[in-house]
Design a protein around this ligand. Structure first.
Ligand code: ADP
Ligand code: MG
Length: 705
């Protein structure tokens, strides 16, 4: 390896190393698959343009690379840079928007480089990594992981280069990364940035990075023929399932990949397909599925044709073997934030043309493919060209904390590629001040400094602080981790309807979904302990979870997150500010203080009862149903707080809900009359809210006297 000086690699030198009898990275013999893999790689369009990529990379600190999906960006470019940067002893980071993609790519590329995953090639995602401090040269990581690295070292001095992959996804983390890395580039002469995507708006990125060079690689491996739906009007579920069944009956072998907006639709379509086919292996794939079920969908092989029914998770990065047919519903569930209403909603929306192209590209990765779009050509032409950057449709509380952490206070005038809406910034800045995280000059308070390092959303650090005051710190920590888990700890009950004594009712707290989650987690921890005691009574933990309707993978993730959160708390205790976080727990049977802590922290997410299961949010005056999974259904409680507001099938739902007592809120500034929504004539839009608060006050007075 010493044969290539830093930034002096050429294709000839690299090929010489790849053809050498021993692997230059570790000095071992190559695995037996080496030659086959190498020949395949050398046929990829990106490999064919290695020299041009190297030349541009040597000439410019920032390079943009665009090419069709499947041409070898994610797997080949980082490898190329490992050779080119090897002599520096520094690392290469390649970011991915999704954890699954980061892990899959690391695994594929370690095979291609003939090394053990976790040695020269590794990955880092939250709470999970395979990485060796001394050996690892190439790390696939999520954008969030790199952001955290930037917070502790703005110059990223451990890295020679960052490769930003899937730049078109424009996650909030990505936009923030681009802005911060732009500064790193100007700070360090030897640092390089490569930005890659199949479908991005290259001009926008070029303008942002001072007209840096753009390499566009034409041509893909295989053709994909596109068909549009002619009989529009059939509803989505039967249309998607029907198309799968038809392909399976009439078309040549080849796997099928279906894109649907979410878990509910996926469940229904899978069921319909299974009813109408026998010899087809059907797998759902979505982010809240357990990691082992996700792996199963990706890697299972058998004699039957395989059909994967997925959300956006399969839209980028993943290579699913032998997908020949793609069915695109044209829809996805997208986050929409309304700062005026303080509502972050998941809404069903049409995808963009860029997204549609990306989905199409999933076929023809390993051979010629076909894409069936379940919408008309006219509908396609009407789609927005690219997906709106998330930073413009999400709340920006944690973005602001990150910027302040990195030393920037000019949030509105910051050098964004696309600035967040000024109203979102104003809302977030106001909340962060209300929560005591920021001073008026946008500098950190002590709490703010901790909130910025906390691996949870800032509102959860706020809740934990209230929990500390009320003597239930650890109850709130558990609830925070459970609510922040990507995967639900409960198995989707509708998918397991056939199980007679499906036990999740067992954990149910009839007045709090938050406590229901905590009960289930506590029960799991207890069961886990029994399971580990050698002399304890024997049972299978996996079976126990399944019988109780619990997702063991998700529970394990929360357990690991709790361990690492424990380290975060220990770091605060050991930190320079002389703070000790009391690890208190509410006495068993006293859940009131936990509900009170939640009420105070989530006071901007309160709702009051209207009729049956309909509630109306207090400050935005928007009505919503209780989620059908909530334990409060049919409870008719007066006041509640909620964790998520979501729209599905045109209806609005409150998810993860807890009943509260208005007397806990009446002193808060947010509940004074001047903050309530009013009609044009100045009267209150929801007089019942004021009445209820007045009643609570009166009751309290009477109790005092
Ligand atoms: P891009 O990032 O340009 O979309 P990738 O680098 O992900 O392309 O993939 C390039 C090619 O490598 C794919 O078309 C496929 O042939 C092959 N490939 C990638 N991942 C795998 C995998 N896990 N198994 C088999 N082949 C793979
Ligand atoms: Mg890719």
């Amino acid at each position: 390896m010493q044969s290539i000086a830093r930034n002096q690699a050429t294709v000839a030198k690299i090929q010489c190393l790849e053809d050498a009898p021993l692997n230059p990275l570790n000095g071992n013999a190559w695995p037996s698959s080496h030659n086959d893999i190498l020949q395949g790689r050398r046929r990829l369009p990106v490999y064919g343009r290695y020299q041009e990529i190297l030349d541009r990379y040597h000439q410019s600190p920032v390079v943009i690379l665009s090419s069709e999906t499947g041409s070898g960006k994610s797997t080949q470019v980082p490898q190329l840079l490992v050779y080119d940067e090897y002599e520096s002893g520094l690392q290469i980071a390649c970011t991915q928007p999704r954890r699954l993609a980061a892990k899959e790519l690391a695994s594929r590329v370690s095979d291609e480089m003939g090394v053990v995953l976790g040695e020269e090639v590794g990955y880092k995602v939250r709470n999970d990594q395979k990485f060796d401090r001394k050996k690892t040269r190439l790390t696939y990581m999520t954008e969030g992981v790199l952001l955290r690295a930037l917070s502790s070292d703005k110059s990223l001095s451990a890295y020679a280069c960052v490769v930003i992959d899937e730049a078109h996804e424009r996650t909030t983390d990505l936009d923030l990364l681009l802005a911060l890395l732009k500064k790193t580039v100007s700070r360090r002469k030897d640092f390089k940035l490569v930005i890659m995507s199949a479908t991005m708006d290259a001009k926008l990125f070029q303008d942002y990075f001072n007209n840096c060079p753009l390499i566009h690689i034409e041509g893909r491996n295989f053709d994909v023929e596109i068909f549009y739906a002619s009989n529009i009007g059939t509803s989505l579920i039967p249309a998607a399932a029907g198309m799968v069944v038809k392909i399976h009956k009439d078309q040549k072998p080849g796997n099928i990949l279906v894109f649907l907006p979410g878990e509910d639709e996926i469940g229904q379509v899978c069921r319909l397909i299974r009813e109408h086919t026998g010899d087809l292996d059907v797998f759902p794939l979505y982010s809240s599925l357990s990691a082992s079920d996700q792996r199963l969908a990706l890697s299972s092989t058998g004699p039957n044709r395989k059909c994967i029914v997925a959300t956006n998770i399969a839209e980028t990065s993943l290579t699913i073997d032998n997908v020949v047919y793609v069915i695109d519903s044209g829809l996805s569930r997208q986050l929409i934030y309304n700062p005026r209403l303080r509502l972050e909603m998941l809404e069903l929306r049409p995808i963009s043309q860029a997204s549609a192209k990306q989905r199409t590209g999933r076929a023809g990765r390993t051979r010629d493919g076909v894409c069936y779009r379940l919408y008309s050509k006219e509908a396609y032409d009407r789609l927005a060209p690219s997906t709106e950057p998330t930073i413009r449709c999400a709340s920006v509380h944690s973005v602001i904390l990150r910027l302040v952490t990195n030393g920037y206070r000019e949030i509105v005038d910051f050098d964004w590629i696309d600035a967040p809406h000024p109203e979102s910034i104003a809302r977030a800045a106001q909340d962060l001040r209300d929560w005591g995280f920021l001073n008026d000059d946008a500098s950190f308070t002590l709490s703010g400094r901790i909130a910025a390092r906390c691996p949870l959303d800032p509102i959860w650090w706020r809740a934990i602080q209230v929990g500390i005051k009320l003597g239930c710190t650890m109850n709130i920590v558990d609830i925070a981790l459970l609510c922040s888990s990507q995967t639900s700890i409960f198995l989707n009950p509708s998918a397991y309807r056939e199980i007679a004594n499906f036990g999740s009712a067992f954990f149910k707290d009839s007045i709090s979904d938050h406590l229901t989650l905590a009960n289930a987690f506590d029960a799991y921890m207890l069961a886990r302990e029994l399971y580990q005691q050698e002399n304890g009574f024997k049972f299978d933990l996996g079976d126990w979870c399944f019988d109780n309707g619990l997702n063991i993978g998700a529970l394990e993730e929360v357990r690991k997150a709790r361990l690492s959160f424990g380290n975060f708390l220990n770091d605060i205790d050991k930190g320079p500010h002389n703070i000790k976080i009391p690890r208190t727990r509410a006495p068993a049977g006293d859940a009131t203080r936990v509900r009170k802590a939640l009420a105070i922290a989530f006071c901007t997410q309160t709702a009051i009862h209207r009729t049956e299961d309909v509630y109306r949010t207090i400050h935005e005056n928007t009505s919503a149903l209780l989620s059908p999974h909530s334990s409060l259904v049919e409870g008719n409680y007066e006041w509640v707080i909620y964790d998520t507001f979501r729209t599905t099938g045109g209806k609005q739902y409150l998810q993860t809900v807890t009943t509260i007592d208005p007397k806990w809120l009446m002193e808060l500034p947010f509940f004074q009359e001047d903050r309530f929504t009013k009609k044009v004539d100045g009267s209150l839009k929801q007089p019942n809210v004021k009445r209820s608060l007045d009643d609570a006050k009166a009751k309290l007075e009477t109790a005092k006297n």
